[in-house]
Design a protein around this ligand. Structure first.
Ligand code: PMP
Length: 347
């Protein structure tokens, strides 16, 4: 029998699948890799024996990632996307409640519940930073905290001092740096030294969402423990080959495309804040949170009619009338800006 008691409090992870000419809803890198690089990656896939199980340790990929990030291989554990690693953390780190600042990435709450633990969702302050006063009241109940750094969907970095304050209370911190490449600030040095800190990274936001590769960085002792629950063969042979090749061959290209997105983010922020009625929240990621005077579901629907897909995040606490737009290619950003102006004038 299905354990209804366990599942009644959950619902499937929601994502945007509506077809639109310009899709700016999933925070992917908007640029393709050059064709010759893709062809070479596919040639290597052709040589891969998919009849066989993949390397369970994903050794070559781990080497490539260690080199790309600049950390020793022994401090890395790979997941099928960082989503899988968020599950692992919820399952084995601590046993009390879990501290989740909200609004944030929904997987922290889902995995906390799946692990049978009690979530302590604490609202952020008006600047979307950690609210220390509210936080103090739950610290005795929790022994694990998730921080999206920068935070999805608000786009800001929480204050490092406030995160450290929470850790000083004996709480293990999982710092999710999915958008690190767009922000540049990191807890990696702590994660390499301390037993109460891990960092998560992903290849999803730098051009490889389809490959599903997430990275957990921590001290050897933690990696060794989490290894015990890692599903065998969690990174497919095809993902291993392609990601290894792209990280080695296209490192400079990735850096260049990330810089381009950062440049576009600054432009988009400026242009959006010039539109009457639009409130723009400064972002350190590859997306921008904004508020309009109208209900977000209406703006969302009207934008779809204009062939633009963004994310309606107004269902989250503190985000009334808010939407999130991913930074796209210059021409897609222009298309979005034009349609946003049209829609807001019409409403
Ligand atoms: N963490 C954050 C903060 C995210 O926004 C996302 C994706 N939207 C993820 C993790 C999941 O990344 P992955 O594709 O590696 O599972």
């Amino acid at each position: 029998m299905i354990n209804k008691k366990k599942l009644d409090d959950l619902s499937p992870y929601k994502t945007e699948t509506t077809k639109c000419k310009v899709r700016l809803s999933s925070n992917e890198l908007p640029f393709e890799f050059p064709t010759e690089i893709i062809y070479e990656a596919l040639r290597q896939v052709d040589e891969t024996k998919i009849r066989l199980y993949p390397d369970p340790e994903a050794k070559r990929l781990k080497e490539a990632i260690a080199d790309f990030i600049g950390v020793p291989e022994e401090n890395i554990l790979l997941g099928n996307g960082s989503d899988e690693l968020i599950y692992y953390i919820s399952l084995v780190i601590g046993e009390k409640g879990v501290f989740i600042p909200v609004p944030t990435f929904p997987m922290y709450l889902i995995s906390t519940k799946v692990a049978g633990r009690k979530p302590f969702e604490v609202y952020l302050d008006p600047h979307f930073d950690i609210d220390v006063e509210r936080t103090k009241s739950v610290l005795g109940e929790v022994d694990l905290a998730f921080f999206s750094y920068p935070n999805n969907p608000t786009g800001n970095l929480f204050s490092k001092e406030k995160i450290n304050f929470i850790r000083e209370k004996g709480i293990f911190i999982a710092v999710d740096e999915a958008y690190y490449n767009y922000a540049g600030d990191t807890f990696i040095n702590e994660a390499l030294k301390r037993e109460d800190t891990v960092v998560l990274r992903t290849l999803s936001k730098i051009g490889m969402s389809g490959l599903r590769v997430g990275v957990l960085i921590g001290v050897k002792e933690i990696i060794r423990e989490i290894e015990k629950i890692r599903l065998p063969f969690n990174i497919s042979a095809v993902s291993q080959v392609i990601a290894t090749y792209l990280l080695c061959r296209a490192k400079d290209y990735i850096k260049c495309m990330v810089d381009k997105v950062i440049e576009e983010r600054e432009r988009l922020e400026k242009e959006m804040s010039r539109i009457k009625g639009v409130e723009v929240f400064k972002s350190k990621a590859n997306f921008i949170l904004f508020r309009t005077p109208f209900p977000a579901d209406v703006v969302h629907k009207e934008l779809i009619k204009e062939d633009v897909l963004v994310r309606d995040v107004s269902y989250m606490p503190l985000l009334e009338r808010c939407l999130r737009v991913s930074v796209g290619k210059p021409e897609d950003n222009d298309f979005f800006l034009e349609k946003l102006r049209i829609v807001l004038e019409r409403l």
